[in-house]
Design a protein around this ligand. Structure first.
Ligand SMILES: [Zn+2]
Length: 499
């Protein structure tokens, strides 16, 4: 029962570019005319609040080679809240663009930022090394997704003294896991070890292989495995784990990852971006993942920025695949009933950029219409009232459990009595959990693509493509993204690999 109690306890918290000359995706250019096969890592500080923001340059580092697809220098889809654009100075042609999200982009939507409290985060954009002077422009999207410039600087490749070499990381080991070919035409993933001590190298290797096997057991990665390179980078930490501020725990780890980001206990990120990028520089990469040596439920995924997950929680499979869905393909959260710190994430009437959620501006022209089940209505009735009621009962009971146990403890109740009360709550919570699980498992619309209300932290007015998926809840009975998310991930794989 103690195990079950622990399980329920965990379950209860785990709901978890000014355009001188526009270029279109059709105008992809000859890479070798403009770039060397090297990477410039542009580091900068991003400061501000909900209303204002500023970018200040840090350092530029030279890394080799370029991991991106030379045939896709201009990103062919819109997805991030920020966009890095590179213009050839002589011709004013756009020669490179890539979109991304950032921790700062999330901070802007939280309570403190809305109150005008300023914060600074460190960020990086990776660009191919231009052969001639180029102008780097960083643009941000507003509430209506309109782009405007927030920073620009000239990059002069002749001034090599401005570019730093990467830090020496003599204590680090690169562990190749999957090597399918040229970084230019493969998706290059790097998985960084966080909170593993030197003596835990074997444990890191075991975890690396576990998550690599997991990734390639799930579609669409499974069918596209030959297009991936996966490397691990092990730089030992002084201590195991990560910071847990809400529990008063600080640990000395290589990249200073922490639970409790924006006050949400399960939300784990690496805010020390510089350390992350120093470690990641050991190999060329398109996407970076940070594996934390910890058994707690937690993680985070930010598009084209970082994917963080813990190695040993009971929900590690779900968390890894869910967070990588955010980090790699920019997928949105499809859940709506767990608490998050974002208060100002959506502007009514504006269709979100993410491919797996819609505000349904035109029911006759649904974002994922090619996947819609023709027999389903739009929007699709899914007995949401029943689900909402189960969810409400679950969260009320969880709150009640915390209050009752706390008051008994304060009244000096004996441990044996406390355990009896806790066990009674656990039983009720488990029953409700089972009911919710069965609701999805036995639902007549299970796996059918429709337009289901409730997504992206909004119970009303935002819709998702399937009842349950890896971007929705962790209590799905199988690890599936569903057709719409799979299609979006496939588009991302093609962006990195298509010749
Ligand atoms: Zn998520």
């Amino acid at each position: 029962m103690n195990l079950l109690y622990e399980l329920i306890k965990k379950l209860a918290v785990a709901l978890i570019c000014l355009l001188p000359t526009p270029a279109t995706p059709q105008n992809q250019l000859a890479f070798s005319n403009y770039f060397r096969d090297s990477t410039l890592r542009i580091d900068y500080f991003h400061s501000g609040d909900a209303e204002s923001e500023r970018i200040m340059p840090d350092q530029i580092y030279l890394q080799v080679p370029w991991a991106g697809n030379p045939r896709k220098c201009i990103q062919p889809f819109e997805l991030g809240m920020y966009k890095a654009c590179l213009y050839d100075s002589a011709s004013n042609h756009l020669i490179f663009s890539k979109e991304y999200n950032s921790i700062f982009a999330e901070y802007k939507t939280t309570g403190p930022a809305l109150k005008g409290i300023q914060q600074t985060y460190h960020e990086t954009v990776l660009i191919p090394y231009p052969k001639r002077t180029a102008m780097l422009v960083i643009e941000k999207r507003d509430r209506y997704y309109k782009l405007s410039e927030v920073y620009s600087t000239y990059i002069n490749p002749e001034k090599k003294h401005l570019f730093r070499e990467n830090l020496t990381t003599n204590d680090c080991t690169v562990i190749p896991v999957v090597n399918k070919g040229n970084p230019h035409t493969c998706v290059d993933l790097v998985i960084l070890a966080e909170g593993y001590r030197a003596s835990e190298l074997d444990s890191f290797k075991k975890d690396l292989s576990y998550f690599s096997n997991l990734l390639f057991s799930v579609e669409p990665y499974k069918s596209n495995m030959l297009k991936f390179n996966v490397n691990g980078v092990f730089c030992p930490s002084a201590e195991s784990g990560a910071d847990e501020p809400q529990q008063g725990i600080n640990r000395d780890t290589r990249m200073n990852t922490s639970f409790g980001i924006f006050g949400t206990d399960r939300y784990c990120l690496a805010t020390d971006n510089k350390s992350v990028r120093d470690v990641a520089a050991a190999v060329p990469y398109d996407a970076l993942l940070i594996m934390i040596n910890h058994n707690r439920y937690g993680g985070g995924g930010i598009y084209n920025f970082q994917t963080v997950f813990t190695s040993a929680s009971d929900w590690r499979d779900y968390v890894f695949l869910h967070e990588f869905g955010h980090g790699f393909a920019g997928l949105a959260d499809e859940y709506f009933s767990s608490s998050v710190a974002y208060q100002d994430i959506y502007t009514p009437g504006v269709e979100p950029l993410e491919p797996n959620i819609t505000a349904l501006p035109d029911p006759l022209n649904v974002k994922w219409k090619q996947f819609l089940d023709p027999e389903l209505t739009v929007p699709t009735d899914w007995n949401k009232t029943r689900y909402d009621s189960l969810q409400l009962q679950f969260s009320s009971l969880e709150k009640e459990r915390i209050m009752v146990i706390d008051s008994l403890r304060m009244a000096g109740t004996a441990d044996s009595e406390l355990e009896k009360v806790a066990n009674a709550f656990t039983k009720k919570l488990y029953d409700l959990y089972r009911e919710r699980y069965d609701f999805f498992k036995n639902h007549p619309l299970k796996d059918k693509v429709g337009v289901y209300e409730g997504a992206n932290y909004l119970s009303k007015g935002m819709y998702r493509p399937t009842l349950n998926s890896l971007m929705h809840r962790f209590d799905a009975d199988s690890l599936k993204y569903g057709p719409v998310n799979e299609h979006a991930i496939l588009n991302t794989i093609r962006y990195y690999t298509e010749e």
